[in-house]
Design a protein around this ligand. Structure first.
Ligand code: ZN
Length: 172
């Protein structure tokens, strides 16, 4: 199992949302814990972060290119949401992606985040990856109660929930 992990944004001008929390920092904290857990479990991880880019489009393209050229079996993009909602949602555009999205979402909502469902949206990283992919929106950075819960749970436990959902559905 070769898993591409994309820690969202963190590549100016591709930067995340901000509110009561900072998306870049939250993506990085959760993503780095997740990568460490996967490696420890013997999963072949490809870190799909874009080291630098002069545009958001190029940053996104680089992430998918890293996954595609490394022949990843599955791709996971880690994000935190903004826009006034609350809770967790996971996006997928393929049937194989939806199965994993559902498992990950169930684990995240088990931590106390509101379940916003598995959703379909043609995000660049979901459309341009050659393997099944999901994009996780762990919670909302501009919702105080979500950020309070996030801080209370901690990045490591959030990563563990994602890890458990991936392990259960991808069977590694
Ligand atoms: Zn994002």
């Amino acid at each position: 199992m070769r898993l591409g992990i994309d820690i969202g944004h963190n590549c100016p001008p591709d930067t995340g949302a901000s509110g009561f929390g900072n998306e870049d920092k939250m993506n990085k904290a959760v993503g780095e814990h997740l990568i460490a857990m996967l490696i420890k479990a013997g999963v072949d991880v490809v870190d799909c972060r874009s080291p630098n880019a002069d545009s958001v489009d190029f940053s996104l393209w680089k992430r998918t290119a890293i996954a595609n050229t490394n022949g990843c079996d599955f791709y996971v993009s880690i994000h935190h949401n903004a826009g006034g909602g609350a809770g967790s949602e996971v996006f997928a555009v393929s049937d194989a992606g939806r199965v994993v999205a559902k498992a990950v979402l169930n684990k995240l909502c088990g931590l106390g985040f509101k379940n916003r469902g598995v959703k379909f949206r043609k995000f660049f990283v979901l459309m341009r990856t050659l393997m099944p992919a999901i994009l996780i929106e762990c919670c909302f950075v501009d919702r105080q109660s979500d950020v309070d819960l996030w801080n209370q749970i901690g990045a490591e436990a959030i990563a563990k929930a994602i890890f458990d959902g991936l392990r259960e559905s991808l069977k590694f």
